[in-house]
Ligand binder design. Sequence first.
Ligand SMILES: C[S@@+](CC[C@H](N)C(=O)[O-])C[C@H]1O[C@@H](n2cnc3c(N)ncnc32)[C@H](O)[C@@H]1O
Length: 431
Amino acid sequence: MLKTKTREPREDFSSLKGDLLKIVDPGDISIDSYPSTSSHSLKNTWRQNPRNWGHPMHSMASRSGSFPPALADYFISNFSKIGDLVLDPYSGKGTAPYQACLLDRIGFGVDVTPEAYVLTGAKVHTIKHEEAVEYLKSIKFNISKTNIKDVHPDVKVFFSTKTLAQILVIKERLLEDLELGTEKIDYINGNVFHQAKTKKEQCAQYWLGILTGILHGSSSYSLSLPCSHSFSMAPNYTKKYAKEHDLKKPDRNVKECMIEKSYSLQSAGIPRVSGKAYLGKAQELPDSWEEKFDLIVTSPPYFTAQSYAWDNWLREWLLGFDFKEVRKQTTQTASYEKYSQAMYEFLKEAHRVLKRGKRAFVIVGDVTKKSGNEKIIIKTSNVITTEAKKAGFEVDLIINDDIPPTKRYNSSFLTVNQGLQIDRIVCLRKN
Ligand SMILES: C[S@@+](CC[C@H](N)C(=O)[O-])C[C@H]1O[C@@H](n2cnc3c(N)ncnc32)[C@H](O)[C@@H]1O
């Protein structure tokens, strides 16, 4: 006798009631192992205009692996209120903390790579253009003191002698004021922590952020020969390409380029609220942050999908760091076990610093790995859900951000077969 086919019991969506239901219609939710939905079914999302949306300050630097400001805006607007503390422990170029400040929340950013930290700090400390210019003009730069011959040949591939001479003195003086000396920060032993506290440190950080943003690219104020703005290109390739295409290293007035860029970044004003930026690790947040935050919006690295230290090697050089040392402290591994462990440590910290009843949104992409001739797709969100539960979180929903790979905001330089296929937003709650 044929058995009647029984339907899988529908999962109880009562846990979704409340804040998540503001954005999700339960009818759109399907169940695989966790309740999930497509970002197509959400209301007024970041998908409507993933590129060129938001405050001009977001474009201080283009950096591979960033998420769009509109995505941060969506979760911050819907899941926090004015005055709340919003954390991104993998802040990258500061998208989420800066958007939080724009929305009158206090945005906190932590990142382990110096250029990400500097970019986050440069955005979240409210320093008016005029005040920043006054600080910059008060500094005496002694160009004759620079020693270009000590600069690594890889760096010289990108800059004219005149431009490089100015970069050297400006960087040296700003780094002195920021007190971001490598002797204080020990990437080999994992002793990585810094914060710009005084106005002088914050002004120096602001200009270092601007300098980082114009260091390479192809705009009228970029300091290098025309090349990518999103990542630091390989020196040998660039040298060869520049020769073949007769690319010129421009002579720039570096200070003027910095001021021009600052002016355009602040053309829509600055936030009323100041945030905070820390050089540090997501797995080791300060002890004093116990139950401090109202919301976490973040995107950790996805296995080896990106190499943040190498992708920013020239920017790390600007800030006085060797990318190889920086890389040792970033979470970048092809090993499932090591990646899971790093995610567990981060999620345990995220759970500790979040207030009860509050949410964390963790954005991770599926990655494609080659195994012999075969391609395997790894769902990074599976690692996050497993480790988040171990760390004490409830997993409420997974939002599949199924924008086609070629139209993605953060991987326009990747081909369809390379790397990322789909981002998934894991919606977590601390009870
Ligand atoms: C996917 S990106 C985040 C991008 C960011 N949402 C944005 O819009 O710019 C991941 C970030 O994690 C940082 N990172 C890698 N390992 C880290 C760690 N152990 N602790 C903190 N940050 C880390 C990288 O430098 C990179 O900026």
